[in-house]
Write a protein that binds this ligand. Structure first.
Ligand code: GCU
Length: 673
């Protein structure tokens, strides 16, 4: 008897712990009400998932009957759906699954369910995993790869499958429908039989959740793997090699998504090695996957050591190729012209390529934004980019509209995010990193969503006990006032805080190179190092002032923007403060719009960043009654580290720049500790 009690106790404790740890993401188990699911179509693995999700999460009227119908409906695009309080209609099976998740999300977050069509902004919504074949993850801060093993073992265990299933389910719940499962700095080995075997196993697990599998490929694979003498895209033997490889892949994975390619970029081989263009390279691969409906996502992340201004190169190389790409190629463009910095203006390629499918690439993993330590909700950064007006086809030609097919008749539309997922129990290292995965999916589905709504949804679904704490009116109002409102505000302010304490006023790329881009390093410039990899190349600090001159009198990067932006950015009086030192080199005593000098303003921003993080700590401390102990302490510890990091940024940057400004740190700013 005693043993039974102990076992029951241990079981409850285990269940409780499981429910409280961060592994469940925003898909926490709920006490579901009984529901009958009627499927007006033949059964399939995907539909079985949809049914199962409804049964395990239904929060509507007990005993309700919900119908899932596959039916033609002209208002529904791609894998969109039509939702009613007890019905989901779609034209694809994936659409039904997304409809189910939307219905459940609305029930759990208290949003109304009226009759409405939901269509995705982008046809392809993908995560890019920078996972290496040895299981390490480039710019990954949440443990090893969930896909690849260090010991190069190709044995697929039940544990692997369970994990991939949970991963796919999380993706499907926010509408993500593709995963590139290896690093863009691709090893040729990924296309060998062993790795393709494991890729097939992964694809088989992701498929029932509507998630397609893609691979990143190395351009020189025909040489490195195939033993050919060249990888020249116009060489018939090379073309044949890729065609045979595509055939081999599709024989195993009939719905394989296609290839992601980083070529002629950061030392990677590419068509330029053979005097060919990006279009020649991309089109060759596009032809190889075309018979199977595959896609090629060709990255535009290019720059070279000789260029006077790295920010200009992608535009210069790609705009002349507009219209030269096959229609199953999508050019994948990072949000900004340099490299995922805490703040960049949007890449001028958006809207400038009018006859080519162009997709935004965002970085979910926080390479330049505090790794998995700093709490930074990136949704506001992506929202800022998506809402930026390019003016390329008149006012209102936002990055969102220039990439989702609203402005140009793109054949394909897509959005990619560099994943922050690893083997850590909570998937993302920092518990709030999950919010960035969630936000990316939601924005890829609907690029008009506000970050405030996304934060609200995520918090309501993610925090255990939230549902119970909202069970009665009094409890709900307490939970809203003391947890939801302040934590939403914290999240919404967090990205600006990170910009303030690290790279305010348009400063960029001044991070530490020796600590994997964590923390400050504006001084770092070892002899013989490539200038465009060193911070002084970007901040240009001297006795004369600070900032990169990209005006018409400088590198002229400004002219890659459409008017009225080019003129606005070109003039320091009209250039928004947040991009000032991105476009201008200005004297330390330059008069800012606030009336302060540039030096004082800079100091103030750094100081503000530090204060903001300290405030986040206080806000989080007050959230203790509403959060399970495990996550409360974990986030509290991370915020403490972030606070130290913010102080370090401020002190290091102000003391470093002071050598050039020779000005006192203003009194409003706390002295370095
Ligand atoms: C950055 C990052 C690299 C990555 C590259 C890319 O430079 O530091 O790790 O390979 O971006 O996007 O390809």
């Amino acid at each position: 008897m005693k043993t039974i009690f102990i076992s029951i106790f241990l079981l409850c404790a285990a269940v409780n712990l499981r429910a409280e740890d961060g592994h469940q993401l925003w898909l926490r188990p709920h006490q579901a009400a009984p529901v009958t699911v009627v499927m007006a179509s033949k059964n399939s693995a995907l539909l079985a998932m949809a049914k199962q999700e409804l049964e395990r999460g239904w929060q509507g009227a007990a005993g309700a009957t919900v119908t899932l119908t596959l039916k033609k409906d002209n208002a529904i695009k791609h894998d969109g759906f039509r939702l009613g309080p007890t019905s989901v209609r779609a034209t694809t099976e994936a659409g039904l699954l997304y409809g189910v998740f939307e219905l459940l999300r609305r029930q759990q977050t208290g949003q109304p369910v009226a009759d409405k069509v939901f269509n995705p902004s982008y046809e392809y919504r993908l995560l890019n995993h920078w996972d290496n074949p040895d299981g390490s993850v480039e710019r990954g801060y949440a443990g090893h790869s969930i896909f690849w093993r260090k010991d190069s073992s190709f044995v697929v265990t039940a544990k692997d499958k369970a994990l991939w299933q949970e991963y796919a389910r999380a993706n499907a719940s926010v509408g993500l429908n593709g995963a590139v499962i290896n690093n863009v700095n691709a090893s040729p080995r990924i296309l060998s039989a062993d790795y393709l075997g494991r890729t097939k196993a992964i694809a088989d697990v992701l498929r029932p959740y509507g998630v397609k599998t893609y691979l990143a490929v190395k351009f020189s694979s025909p040489v490195l793997l195939g033993g050919l003498k060249t990888a020249d895209p116009l060489d018939p033997a090379v073309r044949k090699w890729w065609q045979a490889k595509a055939k081999e892949i599709y024989q195993q994975i009939p719905d394989f998504g296609g290839f992601l390619v980083k070529a002629s970029s950061e030392g990677q081989p590419g068509p330029q090695d053979y005097g060919r263009t990006h279009a020649d390279g991309a089109n060759m691969l596009a032809e190889a996957v075309r018979p199977y409906g595959g896609l090629v996502m060709w990255r535009a992340f290019v720059y070279s050591p000789n260029d006077k201004d790295r920010a200009k190169q992608a535009y210069n190389e790609f705009v002349p190729l507009d219209g030269k790409f096959r229609d199953n190629v999508i050019v994948q463009v990072k949000n900004g012209p340099v490299d995922f910095q805490p703040r960049e203006p949007f890449s001028p390629l958006f809207g400038a390529m009018k006859k080519t499918s162009v997709m935004p690439e965002f970085q979910i993993t926080q390479e330049y934004l505090g790794h998995a330590i700093d709490l930074v909700f990136l949704s506001t950064m992506w929202e800022e980019c998506l809402r930026s007006d390019t003016y390329q086809a008149g006012p209102g030609s936002t990055v969102a509209r220039c990439t989702d097919g609203s402005v140009y008749p793109q054949k394909h539309t897509a959005m990619a995010g560099v994943a922050n997922v690893g083997l850590d129990t909570n998937w993302t290292g920092q518990d709030f990193g999950q919010a960035n995965w969630y936000a990316f999916g939601r924005l890829a589905w609907n690029n008009q969503l506000s970050s405030a709504q996304i934060a609200d949804e995520w918090l309501k679904q993610t925090f255990a006990g939230a549902a119970d704490q909202r069970a009665t009116t009094a409890a709900a109002s307490d939970w809203n006032t003391n947890f939801l409102v302040p934590i939403t505000q914290l999240m919404l302010a967090s990205r600006e805080a990170a910009v303030n304490y690290s790279m305010p006023l348009g400063l960029h790329h001044i991070m530490s190179a020796t600590h994997d881009h964590y923390g400050p390093g504006p001084w770092w410039a070892p002899p013989k190092m490539r200038a465009d990899w060193t911070p002084p190349y970007y901040h240009q600090a001297s006795a004369n002032g600070v900032g990169f001159d990209r005006t018409t009198g400088g590198s002229n990067a400004v002219s890659q923007y459409h008017e009225p932006l080019a003129a606005q950015f070109n003039n320091p009086a009209t250039c928004p403060d947040e991009y000032l030192l991105w476009f201008h080199h200005l004297p330390w005593d330059f008069k800012m719009k606030s009336g302060r000098t540039l030096w004082d303003e800079l100091a103030l921003h750094y100081d503000q960043g530090v204060h903001q993080v300290r405030q986040f700590q206080q806000v989080w401390d007050k959230a203790q009654p509403y959060v399970d102990a495990e996550r409360f302490v974990a986030v509290q510890n991370k915020l403490r580290a972030q606070s130290g990091n913010a102080v370090l940024w401020k002190d290091a940057c102000l003391l470093y720049f002071q050598q050039f400004s020779h000005l006192p740190i203003p009194a409003t700013v706390e002295p370095p500790m």
